[in-house]
Design a protein around this ligand. Structure first.
Ligand code: MF3
Ligand code: CO
Length: 270
């Protein structure tokens, strides 16, 4: 309380808000659990989206993405689907489509964002279709480790930049690149709150973490270069500019008095 925390626009959630966000996050994690068994060759990404949307509605929630407009740099129109489903060289914000069929060897990120009783949870995971090449599995493993390494930096008094420093220091020497154009973000009351959580940043940079802050960490890691290309035809889909494979994992994290709590961890849904 006597500490001079430097958290300007960052919302410190009340215990009641934390409880609500915890529930939204638990439902969001349950979506990612249940969708796995539907991921197989021949299924369209729109079918996956439909199944997930129905699951959330059945459990009293709704999508945070539907009608979401983002900021100026994010697409011209509102988003129309429950989730973002990003296949292979798509980094993020892939729009579920009735024409995009999964095939053997594909990797995909399913990014769900759920509103429950007005509170928001946000997380994503990688899924694989059939037998995938070893290099794809390695990318997925490295990306998951990037998320875990970033989360390990979360505690009161730490700087947000430490998350990105830790992630990049791990991924870069292995020859992977960390996407710079898209970041994690505060979440819970609004879909995208302050701060931007960089996945590549100088140690000690950025705002200071304090108990009650809630934000995502969602590293996007490419086999090739870090550069991105926004699909001009839909204003949403972000691909690697060199066509290389990309992977992502995301959790919503609460800063506690002593460290962190992963709100979108699976075991929390009851
Ligand atoms: N779920 C994404 C995130 O992690 C946001 C997608 S915006 C949308 O922040 F409108 F495309 F859904
Ligand atoms: Co997010």
């Amino acid at each position: 309380m006597s500490k001079n925390w430097n958290f300007k626009g960052i919302i410190i959630k009340t215990p009641a808000q934390i409880e609500g966000i915890r529930k939204a996050c638990a439902l969001n994690a349950a979506v990612l659990d249940m969708i796995g068994e539907y991921v197989k060759a021949g299924v369209s990404t729109e079918e996956l989206d439909y199944i997930a949307n129905n699951f959330v509605i059945k459990n009293g929630g709704k999508s945070a993405c539907i009608d979401y407009r983002g900021n100026n740099t994010w697409g011209a129109g509102g988003y129309s689907k429950f989730a973002c489903i990003s296949l292979n060289d798509t980094i993020c914000h892939g729009i579920p489509s009735k024409n995009a069929f999964l095939k053997d060897g594909d990797i995909l990120n399913f990014d769900a964002s759920t509103i429950l009783d007005g509170y928001i949870g946000d997380s994503s995971r990688m899924y694989t279709v059939g037998k995938i090449p070893e290099k794809s599995q390695k990318l997925i493993d490295v990306t998951k480790t990037c998320l875990d390494i970033g989360i390990a930096e979360v505690k009161p008094g730490a700087r947000f930049g430490n998350i990105g420093y830790a992630i990049n220091s791990y991924a870069d020497p292995l020859g992977y690149s960390v996407v710079r154009d898209y970041t994690g973000h505060g979440v819970g009351i609004f879909f995208h709150e302050e701060p931007a959580v960089y996945h590549r940043a100088p140690w000690g940079s950025g705002a200071t973490m304090a108990p009650g802050m809630i934000f995502t960490i969602e590293p996007m890691i490419n086999i090739g270069g870090y550069k991105t290309r926004l699909d001009p035809s839909d204003g949403w889909t972000v691909r690697t500019s060199d066509g290389s494979l990309s992977a992502q994992f995301e959790h919503t994290i609460l800063v506690t008095d002593t460290g962190y709590e992963i709100l979108t961890a699976t075991e929390k849904f009851v």
